[in-house]
Design a protein around this ligand. Structure first.
Ligand SMILES: NC(=O)c1ccc[n+]([C@@H]2O[C@H](COP(=O)([O-])OP(=O)(O)OC[C@H]3O[C@@H](n4cnc5c(N)ncnc54)[C@H](OP(=O)(O)O)[C@@H]3O)[C@@H](O)[C@H]2O)c1
Length: 259
């Protein structure tokens, strides 16, 4: 049996594409998400291509449920060598309809879901002295994006959390890989009305992410054009950043101006 990679959010989009790609690289894949029917479809198509796949349903915000799902996949396919924390959601926040519950939900899925995943696999990886923790974060975590405040905050939290872990875990044989994709053509961004430059397919992204996993990169921002754009964006002074990014707030949501 090859190395075992467990992927959360594997029922659709990037997670499903990554399941195929890692399987092609010889991993047996353990697939986690909430929709059992979609997981079964992904697993069946991985197996039809000659790969090995097992599924377990869990909501990543359910700490015990996620731990149990990971334990069942490990019992079936062996210890988790690579955990890909990919499950994620997005949502828009507008000043006039601000609601803390929406923000907390996004943080729970995108950030706490990763933390619970790490908690479930880390003791085993430490005992074996090897493993890889991969977070599918986002370039959205590099600066605060208007109307995507919770999403930006959740991805910023994931990226810095992974960086902290990376420093501490590398000497113990465990690599932490932070993936920061730009726009990927999945259901997550279907309703996005703003421009999505350098859009990639989930399959193309997965090919590149599989490379980053194999190279055991610490950080991987993709595509390179978006990496360059974010490099520039991070260096913009706030007065200019605010002016440029305000164009992403829909006119109908701007309210009366006070300056
Ligand atoms: N698309 C982009 O432009 C883009 C860019 C940068 C980063 N990303 C990140 O990439 C990751 C995957 O996104 P995607 O674009 O592939 O989105 P997607 O097509 O909407 O897929 C999201 C996946 O997450 C799962 N999921 C959502 N909530 C969950 C929960 N509470 N518990 C368990 N699984 C859950 C969904 O499965 P179930 O509904 O079956 O549970 C689904 O498999 C996310 O972390 C996202 O932030 C996406």
């Amino acid at each position: 049996m090859g190395y075992h990679a467990i992927i959360t959010g594997a029922s659709a989009g990037i997670g499903a594409a990554l399941a195929h790609e890692l399987s092609r690289h010889g991993y047996s894949v353990g697939l986690i998400a909430r929709r059992a029917d979609k997981l079964d479809e992904v697993a069946a198509s991985v197996r039809a291509s000659g790969g090995q796949a097992a599924v377990a349903t869990a909501d990543v915000t359910d700490r015990e449920g996620l731990a149990a799902a990971i334990a069942s996949l490990e019992a079936e396919q062996g210890p988790c060598e690579v955990l890909v924390c990919n499950a994620g959601v997005i949502g828009l926040q507008y000043a006039d309809t601000f609601n803390a519950e929406d923000v907390v939900h996004i943080m729970n899925v995108n950030f706490n879901g990763c933390v619970y995943g790490v908690e479930a696999v880390l003791p085993g990886m430490l005992a074996r002295g090897r493993g890889q923790l991969v977070a599918i974060s986002s370039v959205a975590g590099m600066r605060g994006l208007p109307t995507w405040s919770a999403y930006s905050a959740s991805k910023s939290a994931v990226s810095t959390f992974w960086e902290s872990l990376r420093v501490e875990l590398k000497p113990r044989g465990i690599q932490c890989t932070t993936v920061q994709p730009g726009f990927i053509d999945t259901d997550l961004v279907k309703g996005n009305k703003n421009p999505m430059p350098f859009l990639l397919s989930p399959e193309e992204l997965s090919r590149r992410v599989a490379g980053a996993i194999q190279r055991r990169d610490g950080e991987f921002t993709v595509p390179w054009q978006m990496e360059g754009l974010m490099w520039l964006t991070r260096r913009l002074p706030n007065w200019l950043y605010d002016r440029v990014m305000y164009s992403n707030v829909p006119k109908s949501r701007r309210g009366p101006r006070k300056e």
